[in-house]
Design a protein around this ligand. Structure first.
Ligand SMILES: NC(=O)c1ccc[n+]([C@@H]2O[C@H](COP(=O)([O-])OP(=O)(O)OC[C@H]3O[C@@H](n4cnc5c(N)ncnc54)[C@H](O)[C@@H]3O)[C@@H](O)[C@H]2O)c1
Length: 283
């Protein structure tokens, strides 16, 4: 299947990044948003990213302009009807995602592949909103999308091998490395990462070491680019809290249970970088 045009639903943090790497790979990209205000916000973030790349000498101004011209924002689902692949990165809400895919299913030709970037919902429960569950997979990108090299390609019990192959080839064309995973909470990366992050909170909560020493331990002792408490602040404690809830529901394993301190920090509004305070103070 030849892919020329890619639809991206959502021009937020992830959708903006996915649109950028798709356009950088030469595809025409139609980005769907809920309102014009969010389209403007999406373009502003894209422009800032491109300006930074040009400033650092990573991209020529001509390439940045070409990329920008290939990204077309819209608030009409109909404008995604000519896309060969649609990657969805809208708000993490099952009903809203299902409604969008049901609309897309009615508009897009049979060959169009659908993918969701959801972090925590099961792909199959989104796919069943369409009549093409065989052409529906997860494509789980990582934040920030232009920088992080991984895409997890998630196959459900209904995804065809061809759908996974197309998604894998597309991820490769977008400069990413794809790994294959089944449709289970956490896929590969969060399944392994989340217990580690929760253990770091437990270590801090129990008074094992200071936050700085826990982070320095993992940076210098294991060669990680940042320590677990710094990473938690970057991801957002509210996001991790909601992911642990979903993983605990699925596996009923205490290693996925939120430590009391995490719950208290979320209730207090200490979400990390985005709120100005988490394990560290950013104000
Ligand atoms: N943030 C992360 O680190 C991360 C990583 C991997 C996957 N994800 C997943 O990516 C998805 C998006 O997350 P995000 O962090 O980019 O969120 P975000 O809030 O930055 O962006 C979501 C965007 O979707 C738009 N939107 C909402 N409803 C819409 C609709 N019906 N049609 C079109 N647009 C709509 C919103 O206006 C918003 O701009 C979620 O499913 C999330 O689980 C997030």
């Amino acid at each position: 299947m030849e892919i020329k045009r890619i639809g991206v639903a959502g021009f937020g943090l992830m959708g903006g990044g996915i649109a950028q790497v798709a356009a950088q790979a030469g595809y025409q990209v139609n980005v769907l948003e809920a309102s014009d205000v969010f389209i403007e916000k999406g373009y502003a973030a894209l422009d800032a990213n491109l300006a930074k790349s040009v400033h650092k000498g990573k991209m020529s101004q001509a390439d940045a302009d070409g990329l920008r011209n290939r990204v077309i924002g819209t608030t009409s689902v109909k404008d995604l009807s000519g896309c060969d692949v649609v990657i969805e990165a809208i708000i993490e809400n099952l009903d809203i995602k299902r409604k969008l895919f049901a609309e897309l299913d009615a508009l897009c030709p049979p060959h169009t592949l659908f993918a969701s970037n959801t972090s925590s919902l099961q792909i199959i429960e989104i796919a069943t909103a369409t009549k093409r569950a065989d052409r529906f997979v997860g494509m789980h990108f990582f934040n920030p999308v232009p920088v992080m090299k991984l895409v997890e390609v998630i196959s459900t019990i209904q995804s065809s091998p061809e759908a996974a192959r197309i998604a894998t080839e597309l991820a490769t064309a977008m400069g990413k490395t794809a790994i294959q995973a089944k449709d289970r909470a956490g896929f590969v990366v969060n399944l392994l990462l989340v217990p580690y992050l929760l253990d770091a909170i437990r270590a801090f909560e129990s008074g094992l070491a200071t936050r700085e020493d826990i982070d320095t331990g993992m940076v210098l002792g294991c060669g990680h680019p940042m320590g677990p408490l710094t990473l938690l602040d970057m991801i957002g404690l509210d996001t991790i809290y909601s992911i642990t809830g979903i993983m605990f529901d699925e596996f009923k394993d205490p290693k996925y249970a939120a430590p009391p301190l995490l719950k208290q920090m979320v209730k207090a509004g200490f979400y990390g970088r985005k709120s100005g305070k988490g394990f560290y103070d950013y104000r």
